[in-house]
Design a binder for this molecule. Structure first.
Ligand SMILES: C[S@@+](CC[C@H](N)C(=O)[O-])C[C@H]1O[C@@H](n2cnc3c(N)ncnc32)[C@H](O)[C@@H]1O
Length: 277
C-alpha cells in the first residue's frame, strides 16, 4: 500500500517535484505537493509500488513511464476560440495582412502547447473562413505538446462534454459547419484534420520543421515555467519563426520581464524582431 501523504518525507517530495522540472521544465513549488500527489497516487498504486521512492526508481529507468508521468503531471485545460480578442485580431488583421504580403505562399502556423487540439482546430476554422473569401489561400498547422495523451485526442479530433458544449454555445455555426455529430460526440471534419499535423515536442528544444512559422500561438504554458525557463522556451520558439512573424501568448502571460527578440505589438501579440539568421 502506498504511504499516505503525511509520511512522504521532505526529501522524497523534493525529488518528486524536481522530476517534474527535469522531465517537463514545469516549476512546482513545495506547496504543490498535494496536487502532485493527487495526480500520481493512482498510478503508483496501479504499479503496485509501496512508496514514491520505489516509483522514482521505476520512473528514472523507463521512457514509457516518463511519458505516463508527463501525461499525469501536466495541466491540459483548453477550449475552442479561447480569448475572443485573439480570434478577432487573426480574422481582421493577421490573415488579410499576411495574404496581401505573401502572394502564392502557404501560411505556416504553430499551435505550441496544443493540449487536446481545440486551439489548432480553432485556427483551422479561422483559416477556412478566410479561404471562403480567398480561394487560393493555403495553410498548414503544426500542433505540438509534450504530453502524448492529449495529442492523441487532438489527432482523433473527437470532442464531447464541456469543450464541445462551449463551442456549441459560443459558435454554433462553426460547430455545424466543421464538425459531424455522432453519439453525443463531435468529430472535426476531414477538411480541418487534413490541415493539422500533431507531433510530440518539448518546448525547451528547437522544433525542426520544413519551414519557419508565420504565426505561433504559445498560450497558457509560459506560466508554468520560471523566468529562466520562459527565456529559454521563448528563444527556442523564436528560432523556428520567420522574420517579422507573429507570436501570441496567453492572457495571464507577458514577455516584459524576460529578454526576448520580440517587439510588443498590442497586448498578447508580439512580432519577431530578429532578422533572419
Ligand atoms: C493549459 S494547456 C494550454 C493549451 C492551449 N495552448 C491553450 O491556451 O488553451 C498547457 C499545455 O502545455 C503543455 N506543456 C507543458 N510543458 C510543456 C513543455 N515543456 N513542452 C511542451 N508542452 C508543454 C501541457 O502538456 C499542456 O497541454
Amino acid at each position: 500500500m502506498l504511504t499516505t501523504e503525511a509520511i512522504v518525507g521532505p526529501d522524497t517530495r523534493q525529488a518528486m517535484l524536481a522530476r517534474v522540472h527535469r522531465y517537463t521544465g514545469i516549476v512546482m513549488a513545495e506547496r504543490k505537493w498535494t496536487l502532485l500527489h493527487g495526480r500520481l497516487r493512482r498510478r503508483v498504486q496501479e504499479l503496485q509500488l509501496r512508496s514514491y521512492d520505489e516509483y522514482l526508481a521505476v520512473l528514472d529507468g523507463s521512457k514509457d513511464e516518463v511519458a505516463r508521468f508527463i501525461d499525469l503531471v501536466t495541466t491540459n485545460e483548453t477550449s475552442f476560440f479561447r480569448t475572443a480578442r485573439v480570434w478577432q485580431y487573426l480574422t481582421d488583421d493577421f490573415f488579410p495582412g499576411w495574404y496581401r504580403s505573401n502572394p502564392g505562399k502557404t501560411m505556416t502556423i504553430w499551435s505550441a502547447a496544443a493540449s487536446t487540439g481545440e486551439e489548432a482546430y480553432s485556427l483551422a476554422m479561422t483559416a477556412e473562413e478566410f479561404r471562403l473569401k480567398h480561394r487560393d489561400f493555403t495553410y498548414r498547422i503544426m500542433a505540438t505538446d509534450i504530453a502524448q495523451g492529449v495529442l492523441d485526442v487532438g489527432a482523433a479530433g473527437i470532442y464531447r462534454g464541456r469543450n464541445a458544449e462551449g463551442l456549441k454555445h459560443s459558435r454554433q455555426d462553426m460547430l455545424e459547419k466543421y464538425f459531424e455529430c455522432r453519439d453525443n460526440a463531435y468529430r472535426a471534419s476531414s477538411l480541418l484534420r487534413g490541415n493539422i499535423t500533431f507531433r510530440q515536442h518539448n518546448l525547451y528544444q528547437t522544433l525542426v520543421a520544413a519551414n519557419r512559422f508565420d504565426l505561433v500561438l504559445l498560450r497558457n504554458v509560459l506560466i508554468y515555467f520560471d523566468e529562466t525557463g520562459q527565456e529559454a522556451v521563448v528563444d527556442a520558439v523564436r528560432r523556428s519563426m520567420a522574420p517579422n512573424s507573429v507570436l501570441i501568448i496567453g492572457e495571464s502571460e507577458s514577455l516584459h520581464r524576460i529578454r526576448s527578440g520580440f517587439a510588443f505589438q498590442q497586448p498578447l501579440i508580439y512580432r519577431n524582431a530578429v532578422p533572419s539568421t
